[in-house]
Design a protein around this ligand. Structure first.
Ligand code: ACO
Length: 323
């Protein structure tokens, strides 16, 4: 009975911080509007030439250091990203090479903001099967490259960054007291494409394109979908929301996070929030938030951690990890 146990996590944020005040000199917005509607105060922006694979490599190296492991210990790398360095090869293979790894397998996973939850679920199934021993699960993004910097409705929301965890197959039982990924639940529904998409790509404009979003429509669906897929996870384990030690949601928007926690009955002090400092970093937001909460001593070995996300597609998912 194999379990995917977290050995370590790490993160990397580009040096450059873009404040709301700076943004309000670029588009018609204000710190007050952004903070009230989203809870975001600042975001990090990659430097010219600083790519998703570079951010992902630094986060992966930090996770390896935290785990006390090296690249040679890893045989599976999954990078969740919607902002790859190139259309192909996969960003994950560039990270693999940058880490000096030439064995095992590396591939990208594209589920937009849900990418990290999807990648954890995927790695867990590889490790459970016994086919692989240790996985680097990475969320890395440079959304600044796909933003329309003249659209105040979207450019204020996103930031760049990367986070990673190392999962290791270990023997365990079926008990929810055992460490590891306990359950994961993934969903998608392509009918919602027009609410959140990038208006470019090889099959359409042959350009990279820009992120387009009907913010109100996303908001309208988000809380219901998030809470549904969390209830699936809680029911699968036979636990209630009050059993969760830490709720680490995708960091899209403070109002969505607060409304989801409230609907589920999760106490505010158990909710990890980084959207104020990081903005929405898509697939990187959850491992970035996990790294913050591990570094400051909140998340400790043995804690029950609930992660959740909703992203373009729509895609949405949840996972519960005994840390
Ligand atoms: N600054 C000032 N005014 C703005 C800004 C801005 N940055 N952006 C929009 N406005 C204006 C609009 O033009 C509109 O003006 P009008 O009334 O004169 O037409 C007014 O503010 C209200 O606009 P709405 O879009 O209706 O504002 P809303 O209250 O819905 O807030 C927001 C917008 C913050 C985008 C909200 O809808 C939201 O958070 N939606 C969810 C979006 C999200 O989280 N997406 C990502 C999830 S999935 C993923 O992570 C990829």
């Amino acid at each position: 009975n194999l379990r995917s146990v977290v050995r370590g996590c790490g993160a990397y944020l580009p040096e450059r911080v873009l404040s709301n005040d700076e943004l309000s000199r670029m588009v018609d917005t204000s710190d007050d509007w952004i903070v009230k509607r989203t809870g975001i105060h600042q975001r990090h922006i990659a430097a010219e030439g600083e790519t998703t694979s570079q951010l992902g490599t630094k986060a992966a190296q930090a996770a390896l250091n935290a785990a006390g492991l090296t690249g040679s210990d890893i045989d599976l790398i999954i990078c969740a990203t919607s902002t790859p360095d190139y259309t192909f090869p996969a960003t994950a293979t560039q990270i693999q090479h940058a880490l000096g790894i030439d064995h095992g397998v590396a591939f990208d996973l594209q589920a937009v903001c849900s990418g990290f939850v999807f990648a954890v679920a995927t790695a867990d199934k590889f490790l459970n099967s016994g086919s692989h021993k240790r996985a680097l699960v990475i969320g890395a993004e440079t959304f600044s490259r796909i933003l329309d910097w003249e659209d105040r409705g979207t450019c204020v929301l996103f930031g760049d960054g990367a986070g990673a965890i190392v999962l290791e197959a270990q023997n365990g039982t079926q008990s929810i007291m055992d460490r590891g990924v306990l359950t994961s639940h993934l969903r998608s529904d392509g009918q919602h494409r027009s609410k959140l998409f990038v208006d470019g790509g090889p099959g359409s404009t042959r350009t990279v394109g820009h992120l387009r979003m009907e913010g109100r429509e996303v908001f309208r669906f988000a809380v219901g979908m998030i809470t549904d897929v969390i209830e699936d996870a809680l029911n699968a384990l036979g636990i209630s929301a009050s059993d969760i030690d830490w709720f680490v949601p995708h960091q899209a928007n403070r109002r969505i996070i607060d409304a989801s926690a409230q609907k589920l009955g999760i106490a505010p002090e158990k909710v990890v929030v980084t959207v104020d400092r990081h903005g929405n970093t898509s697939a990187a937001s959850i491992p970035l938030a996990l790294s913050v909460a591990v570094a400051d001593g909140r998340i400790r070995e043995g804690d029950l951690v609930l992660i959740e996300s909703l992203g373009g597609g729509f895609t949405w998912g949840s996972a519960v990890i005994r840390w």
